[in-house]
Design a protein around this ligand. Structure first.
Ligand SMILES: Cc1cc2nc3c(=O)[nH]c(=O)nc-3n(C[C@H](O)[C@H](O)[C@H](O)COP(=O)(O)OP(=O)(O)OC[C@H]3O[C@@H](n4cnc5c(N)ncnc54)[C@H](O)[C@@H]3O)c2cc1C
Length: 531
């Protein structure tokens, strides 16, 4: 007999809501969380400037009207400390802490076919039998640090943005090196530059970034949203990306250059992620995309005084929007400071970390601190970090040796009663993730309830349904420009990782309909078995 109905791994937005939903169904659950607090992403990523780039009225739970009415966000985009206090408030308000075991990493999950249970073990010696194992382990939770020789010899201090010390870091008077120029780097660089004696930014690939235009939350906007929150949320659920942006149905090539410029300017001055929705074909037609990319490059040239530095900061070899778009406050202008140096490590790669700093092929840099803003083993890293064994003892590592294979991003053939929240093959990182998390958690909870009502004990994706889904995800991914970039969506930031476009690009609204249809047809594409 299982000890609990479900083990949930992870206590971020996904794990907490999963626990709440199972409780409401009267099902027992236990949550294991590696961190020493709840919050996931917002517990770990405490680097200076860490902030959400989906607007706060959107990036929050919708499952409780009381919660969404009573919580007050202070800014257009919430900062990490504010999101973390929101998550802690949710955990308190819904009395979630009593089923969560912190500072405990799940190390293995093994399916016992005869007993139809998962046995979950942890690094603290726990061993729990559960009917279901629900992975709420996060898409961006496995910090990635490049394997550079000499790292252990460094005489200063190293940090990773995704594992930032809770006490904070004061860089005053220091020579600091930031390695990487993705989203976390772009958020933190302006703040570190304002503190440090000198900041060296080591860039391999430049990123496109749009201004955030962050500001205190407009009370009138808040009032309007709260007065019609249900409708606001419905529109977000039915949208492409999980929040409503003004979306044009026109081709970028069907309008005059002047008109196009006016429209890009309008979006640029509004700020935020709506920029790539300016025209319908920006992410499917290279020529259309070039118009938006060139507009962004012009903005970079206008912001950065030194033309050589501006040229280095301007991406040229992939379409805009096909690597995660960044959202910044004063990023490009930071390179006008006398105490900031941009180092091109594409041309002159880092060869080693040294006791005094680091060495590229061309020069040595003396540093007191090194910040790795080098991202995550995205989407699969946390799942493959656990020794998961399904039917016949087959490991997930083996099943995914050529890239992740799932049905709907929720389940894997050969791994009965295992669910992944926002797994590869679902919209996940291409969306407002709270919308995607709530949708998956609701779907899983409804599924468990339906199984209980019908006396089913196991559910397993069929290989045929999985193959068809993987083919569909690939087909629509490859109909866009996304695969043209060496991005973490493709696994390209991890040496040796199979190149597969992992998220589902069909949009959260369309995806929700597919999942709902699967459930309505009695879990089409799954095999259900009784006791
Ligand atoms: C810097 C940053 C900014 C972001 N900004 C946005 C944004 O603007 N908009 C947006 O939609 N999304 C954003 N995201 C994505 C963000 O990850 C999601 O929005 C959301 O927080 C994910 O919640 P989650 O619960 O699925 O995963 P997480 O928050 O990642 O939580 C997963 C938890 O599982 C735990 N875990 C993993 N493996 C194990 C194990 N083996 N044993 C025990 N515990 C384990 C981890 O410690 C972690 O706490 C951002 C991510 C980062 C890193």
């Amino acid at each position: 007999m299982p000890d609990v109905h479900a083990v949930i791994v992870g206590a971020g937005f996904a794990g907490l809501y999963m626990l709440h939903r199972l409780r409401r169904l009267g099902l027992s659950a236990r949550v294991f969380e590696a961190g020493n607090g709840v919050g996931g992403t917002w517990y770990w990523n405490r680097y200076p400037g860490a902030r959400c780039d989906v607007e706060s009225m959107d990036y929050s739970y919708s499952f409780s009207d009381e919660l969404q009415q009573e919580w007050k966000w202070s800014e257009r985009y919430a900062s990490q400390p504010e999101i973390l206090s929101y998550i802690n408030h949710v955990a308190d308000r819904f009395d979630l802490h009593r089923d969560i075991q912190l500072s405990t990493r799940v190390t293995s999950a093994t399916f016992d076919e005869a007993g139809r249970t998962w046995t979950i073990t942890t690094d603290r010696g726990d061993r729990v039998a559960a009917r279901f194992c629900i992975m709420a382990t996060g898409c961006l939770s496995t910090a990635q640090v490049p394997k550079l020789p000499g790292r252990e010899t460094f005489g200063g201090t190293t940090y990773h943005t995704g594992r930032w010390p809770h006490r904070g870091v004061d860089f005053t008077g220091q020579r600091v090196g930031v390695i990487g120029t993705g989203s976390s780097a772009i958020q933190s660089i302006p703040i570190i530059a304002a503190q440090a004696a000198h900041l060296f930014v080591f860039q391999r690939t430049p990123n496109f970034s749009v201004p955030a235009r962050n500001a205190p939350l407009d009370p009138e906007f808040e009032r309007q949203v709260k007065a019609a929150y249900a409708d606001f949320r419905r529109q977000a659920r039915e949208s492409r990306v999980g929040f409503v942006v003004e979306r044009s149905e026109a081709s970028a090539l069907a309008v005059t250059p002047d008109e196009r410029r006016r429209e890009y300017e309008k979006r640029w001055s509004r700020g935020g992620l709506g920029f790539t929705a300016t025209y319908v074909d920006l992410l499917t037609n290279q020529e259309a995309n070039d118009t938006a990319a060139e507009f962004c490059r012009e903005k970079i040239r206008a912001a950065v005084r030194d033309p050589t530095v501006a040229a280095l900061l301007a991406p040229k070899d992939y379409p805009v929007g096909t690597k995660r778009m960044c959202v910044d406050t004063g990023y490009y202008e930071t390179f006008n400071r006398d105490n900031v140096t941009l180092v091109d490590i594409r041309r002159s790669p880092i060869e080693a970390i040294t006791p005094a700093g680091l060495r590229t092929r061309e020069a040595a840099y003396a540093l007191d601190s090194i910040v790795f803003a080098t991202g995550f083993d995205a989407m699969t890293g946390a799942l493959l970090g656990i020794d998961i064994r399904g039917r016949g003892g087959r490991t997930l590592n083996d099943a995914w040796s050529e890239g992740p294979q799932t049905y709907l991003g929720l389940a894997v053939a050969g791994f009965p009663n295992l669910f992944a929240v926002t797994g590869p093959g679902s919209p996940s990182v291409l969306s407002n993730m709270i919308v995607s998390i709530e949708q998956h958690v609701d779907w899983i909870a409804d599924c468990l309830e339906a199984m209980r009502a019908r006396g089913h004990e196991t559910i397993e994706a069929t290989a045929a349904a999985q193959d068809a889904w993987v083919a569909h995800v690939n087909e629509i991914g490859h109909a866009t420009l996304y695969p043209r970039a060496n991005s973490w969506y493709m696994g390209a930031n991890i040496p040796g990782k199979p190149r597969v476009f992992m998220p589902y690009i069909g949009g959260v609204g369309a995806y929700r309909q597919i999942c709902d249809r699967v459930a309505a047809k009695g879990y089409d594409g799954f095999t259900l078995a009784g006791a």
